[in-house]
Design a protein around this ligand. Structure first.
Ligand code: FE2
Ligand code: FE2
Length: 442
């Protein structure tokens, strides 16, 4: 690897650290020290380091950085999303400037809508310039290609790869996994509406994997709303992601059997908790103990019934409690549109029946307060017979969101149900069945 490549690699590592821990964390300082050292080393040979994105590659002069491997694609997408195609660092660069620079580019992409260089000027950074590539013969300088995979898709794919590496007992890079989960959550911008859409989107045909990823995303959203720190939220995401890994060892035939299971089959399914814990135990060095605990405990209940039986244990770990709520929520929501039609109110009622037995009551209340009762975008029938779309939740009353009446045509308008007590939601319309014809209005 050339000195420039090393500096760029350290810069990306530092950027990841900033995104995960924030720039005031000692971990960030440590990685900034390393990055600056690498830059100083490169400046011993060059007065200016210029890095450009050419097509899908990163290049310095005529060299293309092939060696940076898996770090590169997300970095390219990340920079392009921030309108950055060219980065130039001059020799007078100070460590303080480099640190501020990373702080600036770790911000949300919306900040970069105008001129990215202006952000640097505002932060007092004089020895770095960023922006678009100069217009050249094979570059039209126009808008960036929108059909390229975005950071979300890319990160979902990375997470899938890590899961399959774990299944093959291969080495994994825990940093890459955390970064990918971090990117997923960032690109969903923690919006409830985006989260709820997930439950209906099937990107991969491996059902268990979709469920694991959904639960990870719900658990990260839930824990961050509960006030956990970013760092902890990522730990929780990793543990939630692997909660059902033990299921990958149970035959698909048993897992998806439509009729009643024999006792033996049921015991086999129950064993996914212990199998998963044993499995994650091999990754304690890289992923810590939380995935082991959560795999083991996620079917235990608040009143300590459930499985595996743990007579000596007094209380479920808080993260297991969080994951078990998200787990049941996703499992029930996935049934929507299939044979059993589990509408959001049915899911809510089923889960609330177990409030205080399966679920910690305070935690369950918080969950629905954050997730809302009727999903954004849902088609609902009102008590006056009209049909509406749910547009925005009201924190004061989760059952009375802001809606848009779409049918009949002459009644079209926006209504805040908190402001209009006479009107209420009566029924959820399945978007694959009776709700379908109204979706063309969205
Ligand atoms: Fe499970
Ligand atoms: Fe599960």
């Amino acid at each position: 690897m050339t000195k420039v490549e090393v500096s760029f690699k350290e810069l990306l590592t530092c950027l990841q650290t900033a995104k995960m821990y924030g720039t005031s964390h000692p971990m960030f300082q440590k990685s900034l020290d390393k990055a600056y050292e690498a830059f100083e080393d490169a400046f011993s040979e060059l007065n200016e380091i210029v890095i450009g994105i050419v097509g899908d590659e990163l290049a310095c002069g005529k060299e293309i950085f092939f060696d940076l491997g898996k770090l590169l694609r997300p970095a390219i997408i990340y920079l392009k999303e921030r309108n950055i195609e060219r980065l130039a660092f001059s020799r007078a660069l100070s460590k303080d400037e480099l640190g501020k620079f990373i702080g600036v580019i770790s911000g949300p992409k919306e900040d970069f809508k105008g001129s990215p260089q202006e952000l640097l000027t505002l932060a007092g950074i004089n020895n770095i310039s960023i922006g678009k590539l100069k217009v050249g013969p094979d570059h039209d300088g126009g808008e960036l290609n929108l059909d390229k995979p975005n950071l979300y898709d890319f990160s979902v794919e990375k997470v899938a790869q890590v899961v399959s590496s774990v299944l093959n007992l291969e080495k994994i890079d825990p940093r890459l996994l955390r970064l990918s989960l971090n990117n997923i959550i960032d690109s969903l911008s923690m919006q409830r509406q985006e989260l709820l859409k997930l439950a209906t989107v099937k990107r991969y045909d491996v059902e268990v994997y979709v469920h694991m990823l959904n639960v990870a995303i719900f658990a990260m959203y839930f824990s961050s709303r509960l006030g956990f720190e970013k760092n902890e939220v990522l730990d929780i995401g990793v543990a939630a992601l692997f909660h059902d890994i033990g299921k990958m060892y149970i035959s698909r035939k048993t897992l998806h059997k439509p009729d009643k299971l024999s006792e033996q089959e049921f015991n086999r399914i129950k064993s996914h908790t212990v199998l998963g814990a044993e499995f994650m135990f091999r990754y304690v060095d890289t992923l810590g103990t939380l995935p082991v605990v959560v795999s083991f405990e996620h079917h235990l209940k608040y009143d300590m019934s459930g499985y595996p039986r743990m007579p000596l244990l007094k209380k479920q770990h808080i993260v297991s409690a969080i994951v078990s709520i998200c787990d049941v929520y996703d499992a029930l929501s996935q049934r929507r549109g299939y044979k059993q039609d589990y509408s959001p109110d049915v899911v809510y009622n089923i889960m609330n029946k177990d409030r205080g037995t399966a679920f910690d009551p305070a935690l369950l209340d918080k969950f629905f307060q954050f997730m809302g009762f009727w999903p954004i975008g849902a088609v609902v029938a009102l008590n006056d017979g009209s049909i509406a779309l749910v547009r925005e939740e009201n924190d004061s009353d989760i059952r009375r969101p802001k809606i848009e009446v779409i049918s009949p045509e002459e009644k079209r308008r926006s209504v805040d149900l908190v402001q209009e007590p006479s009107l209420s939601i009566e029924r959820y319309l399945n978007p694959w069945k009776e709700g379908k014809e109204y979706l063309k209005f969205t």
